[in-house]
Design a protein around this ligand. Sequence first.
Ligand code: FRU
Length: 534
Amino acid sequence: MAARVPGPGASLLRRFRTVGWLWALAVVLSGCGGDRLGDPFGTAMVIDDPYRPQVHYAPPSGWMNDPNGLVYAGGVYHLFYQYNPFGDTWGNISWGYATSPDLVRWTTQGVALPARGDTLIFSGSAVEDAENTSGLCGAAPAAGCLIAVYTASFPDPDLGTRQVQSLAVSRDNGRTWTDYAQNPVLDLGLSDFRDPKVFWHRPSQRWVMAVTLSAERQVAFFASPDLRTWTELSRFGPAGATEGIWEVPDLVELPLGDGATRWVLKVDVGSGAAGGGSGGQYFVGDFDGRTFTPETPPGDLPLWLDHGADFYAAVTWNGLPNDRRVWIGWMSNWAYAERLPPTGWRGAMTLPRTLGLRATPAGLRLTQTPIREIEQQRGSPVRVEGTDAAAVDAALAERGAGGRVLEIEARLRPGEAEIVGFRVREGADEFTTVGYDRRKGEVFVHRHRAGVADLGPVFTGFKTAPLAMRDALDLRIFVDRSSVEVFAEGGLRVLTNRIFPDPQSTGLTFFAEGGAIERADVTVWPLRAARPGR
Ligand code: FRU
């Protein structure tokens, strides 16, 4: 570069140009996360835009749907995902790859399992086979030997499409992958047989797989000593919500306290979900190593994972320390996912969420709370409390609360007010409302004026979650550049929604309608952008 440094006679313009190019180069390089697997398609260049999430994972470019292969191994959180490296709509489906040291700062690693001709690499899971049960890992202990169990989907002359379960092996903690030579490991001769979630079942000392028979609205369970040979154990369903096809199951054991546990079976439905379009439901029950037996009375079903429109294909990480249960979902909806504003990338993940079970008068219910690690992104808080909504709002404004990326924690006693809540990402002509309707007993999110809104009724429709309030309402709201996630009552009710506001819409309003509130305690943090981490 030295030869290009402008001499004394160089114009200011030339000097500016050199600095400008260096800056541009630095921006591009700092956005490159594809160094480990190579970046054959130039997909790892992060182009910034008004909707690019700051505390959520989104691919640098291309299309993304479901999270896949979630496993914690070698001190790294691995996040694979359904990925089209060649376009921003669904197609060429491969496994994209990102890693993180903390579930917050993600580094894109490129394409891990590319589509091969007309064989697409559909959703699946990954495990660390440290004991080399598969015999595919070399000598035990085989730390860093990851086995991906994925659905291969390809054209079939009789079936139209055939879906089978296959393996890929990485002996270097996710860096490089080899397809198993004897694939597939499971083939029922079906066209809708997908999304294997495999985990180690400790009591029976073997691998268990939950996988969907999508058209039948069933989850099938299989067991294996070695990940290569699978025996069917049982099937569950149809049950609960059956309008849409079933996809992406997961089966997790959650503590209840005092050493007791219950199992939660989740499965997504392609249509007819609580928030409209696609979404997820769950069942609470027991799994004895062979059969899942629900304890939720059929009359109480379906139980929804999320009452917003944008929570799909959530799966838990395998291998987390201390049996921690954390999942992440695709923050979109099949009803409009391919029509989201074209920015060169489409699809974002939710915040990772910690799972729990809570005893309620209606029975055991799932809770989801944002992982504690997200709090490391918090800037200086603004705390306001009061008994007059307008005064609380004025104090928030005076102290500069608001912005594009923030966390709001509120404890609200609505008093006489019929509706109480916040407008976030507010601008001259747009806002997203997050509130509580005391008379209806509902938490709600309304995004009919949240920016781009020509995505149809599933997008614009009112999102509500029933919630009987006790003495006060607890709300946590995470706002990012193109999403709002609401966690009410410690995560008993969750509403996840994408929004597409103008970058200038940074306002935050606290409001009450129909009467005076009793009290509001509000804390607002700006959240710092999560920079790539290894
Ligand atoms: C769910 C899903 C899965 C499938 C994948 C294909 O969103 O339809 O059932 O494996 O996406 O990309």
